[in-house]
Design a protein around this ligand. Structure first.
Ligand code: CA
Length: 227
């Protein structure tokens, strides 16, 4: 899961980044509304954590504009403001969830997972796909009921594919999901992770769509899921 954190308080931001990274998420951090806009144009994000009090612009105004421009990613608003008016304003501006400062990092991670599930139209925690199951909160992947050991990058890759079932993702989109901007990236790194995922979960798990990218295939030893 690729998370954009827009928060100008360095201390809070570094806590969020460290906490979410430890939860297996790929996190980018920006400190201003204008940097958030640039980042959203440059890369694909699954969810955004937005502080309302930003130095260059009000967070709610940014959110409203993003919605008007058609950005539909789920947004969790962080706020120190605990008034009914602010909540109503936030919801009207297009926030999907709220967290009041101060908050627990595990709570934040749990809320983000819930947001993504809601967006994907799932009501249970476990993501199932043929013989494969993936639990985003415990990050346990199982094939035919047996746990499979995946690296953090492999998990992120699998998660991106599972969240986009039936859609083709470009190499760039997949790289965005599994790497942060600061990460050193070998030119064949994505291929290496795909190779490992195929070795662990079966060749069919990642389908190559020539000239376009990749999509989720079926797990080893199972028939392709019925549409
Ligand atoms: Ca702030």
């Amino acid at each position: 899961m690729h998370v954009l954190v827009c928060e100008d308080d360095e201390l809070i931001a570094s806590g969020i980044v460290a906490g979410l990274t430890a939860q297996g998420l790929t996190v980018e951090h920006v400190g201003t509304a204008s940097a958030a806009r640039a980042m959203l144009k440059a890369a694909q994000f699954d969810v955004m954590v937005l502080d309302l009090g930003l130095p260059d612009e009000d967070g709610l105004k940014l959110l409203q504009q993003l919605r008007q421009q058609g950005f539909d990613l789920p947004v969790l608003v962080l706020t120190a403001r605990d008034s009914v008016t602010d909540r109503v304003d936030g919801l009207q501006a297009g926030a999907d969830d709220y967290l009041l400062k101060p908050f627990d990092l595990r709570e934040l991670a749990a809320r983000l997972h819930t947001l993504l599930r809601r967006v994907a139209g799932r009501s249970v925690n476990l993501i199932e796909h043929g013989a494969l199951s993936y639990d985003p909160s415990s990050r346990v992947t199982k094939l035919a009921g047996k746990p499979v050991d995946l690296s953090r990058r492999e998990q992120a890759l699998l998660q991106a594919l599972l969240h986009n079932r039936g859609r083709v993702l470009s190499s760039e989109q997949l790289k965005d999901s599994i790497y942060g901007f600061g990460d050193e990236l070998e030119s064949n790194a994505l291929n290496v992770h795909i190779h490992h995922l195929r070795r662990k979960l079966g060749n069919g798990i990642v389908e190559t769509v020539r000239g376009l990218g990749y999509r989720l295939g079926h797990a080893d030893g199972t028939e392709p899921p019925q549409p």
